[in-house]
Ligand binder design. Structure first.
Ligand code: C2G
Length: 133
């Protein structure tokens, strides 16, 4: 059985998130998703996510092509998570190209192209400026 692992915040869940999770799932037999904790997200992006981790996890868990979900507490723990879950492939969006090559001793690393023209940041900007609709 081929185990695929991927990570993300998945705040204000959108079709770009669906697309990467769907493609990640298609690369193996079992998809595990590490959802970044609220704390990790704040450290990374200097703002709190709009949806808290409990709700973000609930959304990801409810997807039919996701088999297992856990909380990602730190970016530096990637290798530990990969080993713990026996992952064969790490999948990340290509905004992370090269950033996780250091785990290649433990598993394959595949960067998939991002879905163009949509992001959580963009959605927040549109809502803020109130020009979206
Ligand atoms: N993504 C995508 N297309 C978009 C937007 C996002 O393919 N238009 C992908 C990203 O490349 C990432 C995943 O969706 O692989 C989740 O995106 P984010 O929630 O922005 O995740 P991020 O904050 O980059 O967290 O350990 C790594 C981090 O936890 C990744």
């Amino acid at each position: 059985m081929k185990i695929v692992i991927t990570f993300g915040t998945f705040d204000i869940f959108h079709v770009g998130h669906i697309n990467i999770l769907e493609r990640a799932a298609a690369l193996g037999d079992y998809l595990i998703v590490g959802v970044s904790s609220d704390k990790l997200n704040f450290n990374k992006k200097k703002r709190h996510p709009i949806y808290n981790q409990v709700d973000r996890i609930k959304i990801i868990e409810s997807l039919r092509f996701v088999d297992q979900v856990f909380i990602e507490e730190s970016l530096e723990l990637k290798l530990e998570y990969i080993k713990k879950y026996n992952a064969d492939i790490l999948v990340m969006g290509d905004d992370w190209v090269g950033k996780f090559d250091w785990v290649r001793s433990a598993c394959d690393v595949i960067y998939l192209p991002r879905t163009p023209s949509i992001s959580t940041t963009e959605i927040i900007e549109i809502v803020k400026s109130n020009t979206g609709i």
